[in-house]
Design a protein around this ligand. Structure first.
Ligand code: NAD
Ligand code: UDP
Ligand code: UDP
Length: 317
């Protein structure tokens, strides 16, 4: 194997930290660039002693000059609570961040992978979602800063491909969970687990019949790395996620059971533009990457619960 120099933007976040760890374990040198808007140094603490790991405090909306062979562009807040806190900055991170990282890829000749999202499908009219579906996004809604930002980033990636023949890859990530998730990101898995562990009411938005499909983080990272390693003719977009679909009521029940919690369920209003259902069609990922997620929700939840128990014990959540 040849050792590569790899840049991971957003490497201090939930998925980025797992990706940095995986790439270091494969023997590569990793530069992690993060402005720590939602990331946490604790996520990468264990990597800091590794001489092949380098941390840069950097905001991707500004140019970055480093010499690398591959770029994974993950920098962007991912949970609705966080990306709606400063929506203009979210758009800038998606768009200026993509422009700068594509410029970097152009100058260095690096391969570049974009962490896109199932949110490009909006509140989908096609179920399960296939890559050919163009989506149903409200361009002026509260989620638009993220959804449209990520759509514009995909457009930029394809434009640089067509104009400059850049080696690009786009993956559309569906709901992913696991250790290193931010405890206050308001996402359903972290909310339910923390509420259950504290025996506080579990907050179901709407009637809880909406669906999501949850992928465990290391399965997801495996697909991302496989995508980067495909031939230059493969650009994607490729859906990655776990196609097993659950209602939020089912998820709440499972979390309660696994934590032996006394929490009650309480019903709160559904946030605006909250998608009714979401489930990836992963036929392409199976064919192109030879990949399929292997961690069942129950198993992944157990590991995630252990992580949140640790945070509670140490007073960090
Ligand atoms: P996260 O919030 O934990 O990580 C994002 C990281 O990016 C954080 O460390 C944050 O500090 C950093 N960041 C934000 N703005 C930045 C900027 N301007 N410059 C530099 N760093 C910046 O979220 P995550 O769940 O790890 O998501 C990682 C990527 O995957 C995101 O691009 C997200 O859109 C995408 N994604 C995640 C999911 C999921 O379910 N977790 C689903 C779809 C897509
Ligand atoms: N850029 C960067 N690092 C590099 C090269 C470029 O951050 O190593 C940024 C630079 O700010 C530029 C953007 O990427 O504005 C786009 O670069 P590109 O070469 O596509 O276009 P330019 O704007 O330079 O014509
Ligand atoms: N949700 C919920 N209770 C919570 C947090 C979220 O019922 O405490 C719901 C939310 O309305 C959505 C689903 O869970 O229908 C997934 O929400 P999340 O924010 O995790 O991800 P996204 O909506 O981006 O898929």
């Amino acid at each position: 194997m040849t050792r590569k120099n790899i840049l991971v933007t957003g490497g201090g976040g939930f998925l980025g930290s797992h990706l940095c760890e995986r790439l270091l374990n494969e023997g590569h040198s990793v530069i992690c660039a993060d402005n720590f808007f939602t990331g946490n140094k604790k996520n990468i603490e264990a990597l800091m002693d590794n001489r092949r790991f380098e941390l840069l405090r950097h905001d991707v909306t500004f140019p970055l000059y480093v010499e690398v062979d591959e770029i994974y562009n993950l920098a962007c807040p991912a949970s609705p609570v966080h990306y709606q806190k400063d929506p203009a900055q979210t758009v800038k991170t998606c768009v200026h961040g993509a422009i700068n990282m594509l410029g970097l890829a152009r100058r260095t000749g690096a391969k570049i992978l974009q962490a896109s999202t199932s949110e490009v499908y909006g509140d989908p009219n096609v179920h399960p979602q296939v890559e050919e579906y163009w989506g149903n996004v409200n361009p002026i809604g509260e989620r638009a800063c993220y959804d449209e930002g990520k759509r514009a980033a995909e457009t930029l990636f394809m434009s640089y491909r067509r104009q400059c023949n850049l080696r690009i890859k786009i993956v559309r990530i569906f709901n992913t969970y696991g250790p290193n998730m931010h405890p206050n990101d308001g996402r359903v898995v972290s909310n339910f687990i923390l509420q259950a562990l504290r025996n506080e009411p579990i907050t179901i938005y709407g009637d809880g019949s909406q669906t999501r499909s949850f992928c465990y983080c290391t399965d997801l990272i495996d697909a991302m790395v496989r995508m980067m390693n495909t031939g230059d003719e493969i650009t994607g977009p490729v859906n990655i996620g776990n196609p097993v679909e659950f209602t939020m009521l089912q998820l709440a029940g499972l979390v309660k059971e696994l934590t032996s919690s006394r929490s009650e369920l309480v019903f709160k209003p559904l946030p605006s533009d909250d998608p009714r259902q979401r489930k990836p069609d992963i036929t392409k990922a199976k064919q192109l990457l030879g990949w399929t997620p292997t961690t069942p929700l129950e198993e992944g939840l157990k590991r995630t619960i252990a992580y949140f128990e640790d945070l509670l014990r140490s007073g960090e959540a």
